[in-house]
Write a protein that binds this ligand. Structure first.
Ligand SMILES: NC(=O)c1ccc[n+]([C@@H]2O[C@H](COP(=O)([O-])OP(=O)(O)OC[C@H]3O[C@@H](n4cnc5c(N)ncnc54)[C@H](O)[C@@H]3O)[C@@H](O)[C@H]2O)c1
Ligand SMILES: O=C(O)[C@H](O)[C@H](O)COP(=O)(O)O
Length: 382
């Protein structure tokens, strides 16, 4: 069995060589000849999987992407060819949720908003939207959910209309890129939506660039009271319009999901899909490749209080993940003329909150313990 895998898949060789012959490829240079003799193909979102790539693939049983999004896969073509496809839904949901929380904490610190008073509108209540809701819930930050497909499918959570989302202080987008249909997301944020947002709104896009009409966004920036905008994703990646960057409060290069855990979980899920299809046992676990959770020093200022204050929360969480570091690195890389893809390939090591343990001594209130465990930390009581 031959498995061809994109070289950006962490631990690809370790995982896939346990199942057969494992060969890596570079997304910038891969051709249909490379895919010709493989049985399984493992990609990330940087490989467009379409007729051009698969035209010579005679043995291919399955294409799996180690990412949540799958809009780079031509599913219609795969179905016609009777080739299975799988995604790694949920692999990086925690990473993206932590990215958004980091943005919110920085906005609070910079007095752009007050986390005790705002309401966050989450568009798309799947893996990422739900992880974000969990983090916000742990910190008592108000939020509402919008997800018509889920609502119609009978999800029993409380959902609001898109019009109510537009009345929220923060709008965070977590939908797939869907080109057409009743629930299409292409240009979900168009000129009319942007016109309805003002200087008091913070718009965050960490799903797909195509969900916002970038031309309309550029025009909106030229008019009064434009919203504050944070983008992790862009139209037409990797050839993005860098002219947008100067208008953005924070800009990052599609790394919201790039925690070590988020990427490795993607590989794990692809490996498990291949095991299932090849009827082989799952023998590897991502914990085999990860360092054990590390202690992080933290003690509440007043452990008897029912909740931590925003300063304590910010200093703890931003010491683990501060989006402004990524914003600076990304802008520097773009200014230096580095390619978007090269920047993303060299992204720094970033761990999720669940990679840290907090040792607490003495009596700590139930409320604080609930907050810390809700954020993902493991608590050790001394
Ligand atoms: N920036 C990053 O690094 C990063 C990381 C992970 C995911 N993503 C992107 O975010 C998307 C969401 O990820 P996920 O893991 O939560 O996917 P998911 O499939 O679990 O959830 C997506 C949700 O969006 C909902 N939805 C679809 N169309 C909608 C519409 N028109 N309006 C409102 N809701 C709608 C779906 O019903 C679903 O519940 C992915 O498809 C991917 O494109 C980006
Ligand atoms: O869809 C996803 O999972 C994310 O967008 C993911 O972070 C994409 O990462 P890439 O495959 O582009 O490295």
């Amino acid at each position: 069995m031959k498995i061809l895998y994109e070289d950006t898949i962490p631990r690809g060789y370790d995982y896939f060589s346990s199942l057969g012959e494992a060969v890596s490829y570079n997304a910038a240079t891969v051709t249909s000849d490379d895919v010709a003799s493989c049985d399984y193909l493992a990609v990330r979102s940087t490989t467009p999987v379409n007729e051009e790539l698969l035209s010579n693939a005679e043995n291919l049983h399955c294409v799996a992407t180690a990412t949540a999004g799958s809009n780079h896969i031509d599913k219609h073509y795969l179905e016609e060819r009777d080739i299975a496809w799988r995604d790694a839904g949920g692999c990086n949901a925690v990473a993206v949720a932590e990215y958004v929380l980091s943005v919110l904490l920085i906005a609070h610190r910079d007095k752009k908003l007050d986390l005790s008073r705002i309401r966050v509108g989450i568009v798309g209540a799947g893996h990422v939207g739900t992880s974000l809701a969990n983090l916000l819930g742990a910190l008592d930050i108000a939020y509402v959910l919008n997800d018509p497909p889920r609502q119609e499918a009978g999800d029993r959570r409380h959902f609001v209309d898109f019009s109510e989302i537009l009345s929220c202080d923060v709008i965070s987008l977590h939908v797939p890129f869907v080109k057409e249909g009743v629930h299409k997301t292409h240009h979900l944020i168009d000129a009319a939506v942007l016109k309805s947002l003002g200087a008091g709104n913070l718009l965050i896009n960490a799903c797909r660039g195509e969900v916002i009409n970038e031309e309309a966004l550029l025009q909106r920036f030229d008019n009064e009271s434009a919203p504050t905008v944070v983008l992790d994703v862009f139209d037409n990646e990797p050839n993005i319009n860098t002219g947008l960057l100067r208008h953005l409060w924070l800009a990052t290069g599609h790394i919201a999901g790039h925690s070590i855990e988020g990427k490795l979980r993607g590989t794990q899920l692809v490996y498990e899909h291949f095991c299932e299809l090849a009827k082989k046992p799952v023998k590897l676990d991502m914990d085999d490749f990860l360092a054990a959770p590390q202690p992080i020093s933290f003690m509440p200022r007043d452990p008897s209080m029912e909740a931590l204050n925003w300063d304590e929360i910010s200093s703890l969480l931003l010491s683990i993940y501060d989006v402004t570091i990524d914003d600076k690195d990304f802008r520097n890389a773009m200014q230096a003329g580095e390619s978007f893809s090269a920047y993303r390939k060299q992204y720094r090591v970033r761990r999720e909150f669940n990679a840290f343990t907090i040792a607490l001594s003495g009596v700590v209130s139930e409320g604080i313990l609930r907050q810390l465990t809700g954020l993902g930390f493991t608590i050790e009581t001394l």
